[in-house]
Write a protein that binds this ligand. Structure first.
Ligand SMILES: *Cc1c(COP(=O)(O)O)cnc(C)c1O
Length: 494
């Protein structure tokens, strides 16, 4: 399996790369994102055979189609090392942990009063209680494996306002050949999130609390990524949401959700995905392109509705910082959707020239328009529905109401991001087509809003009761890039 960039695609066949070549990197050198030259197909017979597989074996079968340069036995060992009940048992352990992403079927009715199936697929039973563990845990094992083979080391440098940083640290802790340097805005994360990250005592994890806001942290990551000398000497890498291996690891749970919710391959299901950077739902798009019988892929956004706007109108318009709202589903507070280019590449028939022109326009003019209206950049919006995509948005009030409703009706406490998903999914319920809503985090992570909605605290999973009381290991630093670089160089000795 060869990979191409969305910005040079077929035009430069000399660029294809193997899975292991793109594993440790982010953007392609031309600024595009990597995608397979073509999507591997899954036949009906194969899908049937996959019904009885464990999660780890299913992950192996799916990944094998993309990571053709990793020997089967090694890949199988990596998926079994990653998708174990002991890793995904934090939340609702017991008999369900072995399923890794257990489903809960809720009865619901749509606006016409017809009875429909609404299903929650739990993706947040990993160590940091959010779906990012599903891919990041695999990434940690893949990185360690690949670096050992190459006799190489890697220093991951990133910025976080919460979920991504902690998922990365829990995936990389104790891994040979890997260090993590993670910036976060000092005293701006919730006490729970801070404790999750800062309580890690592993010598290869470095938490740097920056006296500033999240944007200051991100600016420093950008500055380092533009400093090619420093990057090369310090062997700097990233694990952001455009990383191809993260996307592909997420493809697995769409297959798993489908297989667990159906009994035969002539059935279809729909998915609703609480979305920000379009990484999660992009994996759904890829599963569908591989032949998984997905009817609709519904992108649910919060007040930061870049994606909802596109799927309603065909206009993609990135937001300025001042137009990006801080909401109670903060992991979806984005100004642009960094994985969106992957879908646009497919939508435009993989015309990399046009993708390059459109995303150049995003940088210079803030967006593009595929609505087909006079003066627009194209008319492909008419084709979007053929890919199954739909969308909707929620607000703070919508989250509070949905959290209350779901608690009253089903006795389940959902988190704020999953609430955005359920709120939007309700508009697309169809009899005979199960609607799977991806549960992207546990309520305990966003307790302030749970308290506001329900008047009681969210239940904390076992092991997290006193996390704020654990000793913390971090340094506080001014928002000064020279100081951060010195800190890294002193620790790596490079
Ligand atoms: C990251 C995250 C999202 C958004 O996922 P994308 O892949 O960026 O679309 C949604 N919910 C939670 C809890 C997250 O951590």
């Amino acid at each position: 399996m060869q990979y191409v960039s969305t910005r040079s695609g077929h035009a430069q066949p000399s660029t294809p790369q193997q899975f292991s070549d793109i594993l440790l990197g982010g953007l392609a050198p031309d600024g595009g994102l990597y995608l397979p030259e073509q999507y591997p197909q899954v036949s009906g017979a194969e899908l049937d055979a996959w019904r009885k597989l464990s999660y780890a074996d299913l992950a192996f079968e799916v990944l094998k189609k993309f990571a053709t340069d990793i020997p089967d036995a090694d890949l199988k060992a990596l998926t079994h090392q990653t998708y174990r009940a002991e890793v995904y048992c934090n939340a609702r352990a017991g008999e369900h942990a072995a399923q890794i992403t257990p489903l809960r079927v809720l009865e619901a009715s749509n606006a016409k009063g017809e009875s429909c199936r609404l299903i929650l697929q739990a993706l947040s039973n990993g160590p940091t209680l959010a779906f990012k563990d599903m891919a990041m845990q695999l990434l940690g094992n893949l990185f360690e494996y690949t670096l050992a083979k190459q006799h190489a080391e890697l220093n991951i440098f990133g910025a976080t306002s919460g979920d991504t940083g902690s998922a990365a640290e829990y995936a990389m802790r104790g891994k040979l050949g890997i260090r993590v340097f993670m910036l976060s805005p000092h005293k701006k994360m919730s006490a729970f999130q801070t404790a999750q990250m800062f309580s890690l005592q592993d010598p290869n994890i470095f938490n740097i609390a920056i006296e500033g806001v999240f944007d200051d942290c991100q600016d420093m990551v950008k500055a380092v990524s533009n400093d090619l000398d420093f990057k090369a000497r310090q062997k700097i890498g990233t694990v952001n949401s455009i990383n191809w291996a993260r996307v592909v690891a997420q493809v697995v749970y769409y297959f798993r959700g489908y297989l667990a919710a159906t009994s035969s391959n002539d059935q279809k299901v729909s998915f609703t995905v609480p979305s920000g950077n379009f990484g999660n739902i992009c994996a759904g798009h890829i599963a569908r392109m591989m032949g998984l019988p997905i009817d609709k892929l519904v992108a649910a956004t919060n007040e930061n509705d870049v994606l909802d706007e596109f799927f309603r109108t065909g206009v993609y318009r990135v937001r300025k910082s001042a137009e990006t709202y801080h909401t109670s589903s903060p992991s979806m507070d984005i100004s642009k959707a960094s994985n969106f280019e992957r879908f646009i590449f497919d939508l435009l028939g993989r015309d990399s020239e046009r993708v390059r022109a459109l995303f150049h326009k995003v940088e210079t003019a803030g967006g593009f328009d595929l609505s087909g209206q006079p003066g627009s950049d194209g008319d492909e919006f008419a084709k979007v529905a053929q890919y199954g995509f739909r969308s909707g948005k929620s607000t703070h009030q919508g989250r509070l109401d949905t959290i209350r409703d779901v608690q009253d009706e089903y006795g389940i406490t959902i988190d704020t991001h999953t609430a955005d998903g359920i709120k939007v999914a309700r508009d697309y319920l169809t009899p005979g087509v199960p609607m799977i809503v991806l549960e992207t985090a546990l309520a305990a992570k966003f307790n302030e809003t749970i308290l506001e909605a329900l008047g009681t605290d969210a239940e904390r999973p076992a092991g997290f009761e006193d996390i704020e009381a654990l000793p913390q290991r971090f340094v506080v630093m001014a928002a000064d890039i020279a100081k951060v670089k010195d800190f890294i160089a002193e620790r790596t000795g490079l």
